[in-house]
Design a protein around this ligand. Structure first.
Ligand SMILES: [Cu+2]
Length: 510
């Protein structure tokens, strides 16, 4: 059987048709199947299911909480100088055991998904050399080209992984990260134009954790008590291979993985733990909450610590959002368990990870009552307000794009905004569609002024790089475009919206 094109879009002034068909299931391992119909998934952002794929693992294939949590290895530098750590990563396809007794073909950094964790220090430069060992056509029938983006990184334009600044198969390139920003939980992932969704789905993502002396001095849970958790949803076929459909409304899976392990358990001490939680899913939102109703503390989100920790009972994370949280297991008896649940899920997507208390350990860690003060940006500092409307395009009519910003599909050669270096601007996002769009900005962290006219909750009042713009709603953000001129992007972080052109280029101009 021949290639099954999922869909095509027309992009660019010349009306050139770009084939986004992801698929020849006969050619490559890693399945891709035709997209289900638009109306079949009205609630994918809230956790809808793909009806064409049975929940294989939960039910027929196994029970939750039977596998121990994977913790990605921390990458060791290949060399260190007085200013810089140098790292090597090799991107390749690999067969990994995600389902016991089966092999799943993934593509990952050093053959792992998630990739190794890079731990960096503020003020010390990191250089990551990536060798792209992917084949010319890789999983899902997608190109093996990549563009590596450090999500949340404040980096020069040349190091940002612009969607057409690619590293082809067989090539090698280094990215230099200054780490001149506040400490935060960042992550790296592929950003190739039109194919970020399948590339991340098949494995290309990893943590990049930035710390500094100030955070070290706070006495927060650290070492074995500080754990990164990336939550991702996936679909598998009966052979254990990943299934990707290219659903233009957002790809969701019926199987929840944490750090690449299906609904794991994690043995903990009766102690406080700091979890760096990343929603690394393509399209699914989660509302995280503990099954015993116990509150937890939010220390910060994407851009680092809040001015003070915020105690909550639950927190919603849109794709690409992070939450730095502390959970205290000391009220649980040895032998007790508590499940981190997803209140927006149901059935196989309702549970994320189970924590099993198996020992008592002295806890000298603490949650300080306040952190570093926040430099609050004021609307009076802004030199300009720009508007960005996120909407569905004229899909089906004249071959238009499914998703657009200000009526236009992404064109890497068109500059949609040109903020001046060093200035503060307000950007207003208006969502004229029935789906949520988590808007993500490169180059700089921002602060939320309001969501549907209301100031953000305290958990969202710090530095962020992604904000969920609710269906038919609006969000205003404020930020300073400091340090680096050049081209960057603003896009929806539902990866299938991004791949279907919901992205805009902005150039920071000197
Ligand atoms: Cu979107």
């Amino acid at each position: 059987m021949g290639t099954t094109n999922v869909f095509q879009i027309t992009s660019g002034a010349d009306g050139q048709t770009i084939d986004l068909g992801l698929v020849n299931p006969d050619l490559t391992r890693g399945k891709a199947t035709p997209a289900n119909t638009p109306m079949g998934c009205p609630g994918v952002m809230a956790g809808g299911e793909n009806p064409s794929i049975p929940p294989f693992l939960f039910g027929a294939g196994g029970k939750p909480f039977t596998q121990a949590l994977n913790i990605p290895p921390v990458l060791k530098p290949t060399s260190t100088t007085s200013t810089t750590e140098f790292y090597d990563l090799a991107l390749r396809e690999a067969d990994v055991e995600i389902i016991p007794g089966m092999l799943t073909r993934i593509m990952g950094f050093n053959g792992l998904t998630p990739g190794p964790t890079i731990r960096a220090r503020v003020g010390r430069q990191v250089v990551v050399s990536h060798s792209n060992n992917l084949p010319v056509t890789t999983l899902g029938g997608t190109p093996g080209d990549v563009a590596i983006h450090l999500h949340g990184g404040h980096v020069p334009s040349s190091e940002d992984g612009f969607p057409t600044d690619t590293v082809p198969p067989g090539a090698n390139r280094s990215y230099t990260y200054p780490n001149d920003q506040l400490p935060a939980t960042l992550w790296y992932h592929d950003h190739l134009m039109d194919f970020t969704g399948p590339h991340v789905w098949f494995g290309m993502a990893g943590f990049y954790i930035l710390t500094d002396d100030y955070e070290d001095s706070l006495g927060l849970p650290s070492g074995a008590y500080e754990i990164p958790l990336v939550i991702q949803d996936r679909n598998f076929d009966t052979n254990g291979e990943l299934v990707y459909t290219g659903n233009r409304f957002g790809e969701t899976g019926n199987t929840i993985l944490v750090n690449g392990t299906i609904q794991p358990y994690f043995q903990v001490a009766a102690h406080k733990y700091r979890f760096r939680v990343l929603n690394g899913s393509n399209a699914r939102r989660y509302q995280i909450a503990l099954s015993n109703g116990q509150p937890f503390h939010v220390l910060g989100m994407e851009g680092g610590l809040l001015p003070a920790p915020v105690k909550v009972n639950s927190l919603v994370l849109a794709p690409a959002e992070r939450a730095d949280i502390v959970v205290d297991f000391s009220s649980l008896p040895v032998g007790g368990s508590v499940v981190l649940q997803n209140s927006l899920g149901s059935g196989s997507t309702a549970n994320i990870i189970r924590f099993d208390v198996d020992r008592v350990e002295t806890d000298t860690s603490q949650i300080p009552p306040s952190f570093r003060p926040l430099e609050k940006l004021s609307t009076s500092q802004a030199v300009l307000t720009r508007g960005f409307t996120f909407s569905g395009g004229m899909m089906g009519m004249m071959g238009g794009s499914p998703w657009v910003i200000n009526g236009k599909p992404f064109d890497p050669d068109r500059v949609d905004a040109n903020p001046k270096l060093g200035t503060v601007e307000i950007w207003e996002f208006r969502n004229m569609s029935m789906m949520d769009h988590p808007a993500h900005l490169h180059q700089t962290m921002f602060q939320i002024l309001d969501i549907n006219g209301t100031p953000p909750p305290p958990t969202h009042a710090g530095w962020k790089d992604t904000v969920n713009v609710p269906a038919m709603g609006s969000v205003r953000i404020i930020m300073r475009f400091a340090d680096y001129a050049g081209r960057y992007v603003l896009h929806c972080h539902v990866l299938e919206h991004e791949d279907n052109a919901m992205m805009a280029r902005f150039d920071v101009v000197p």
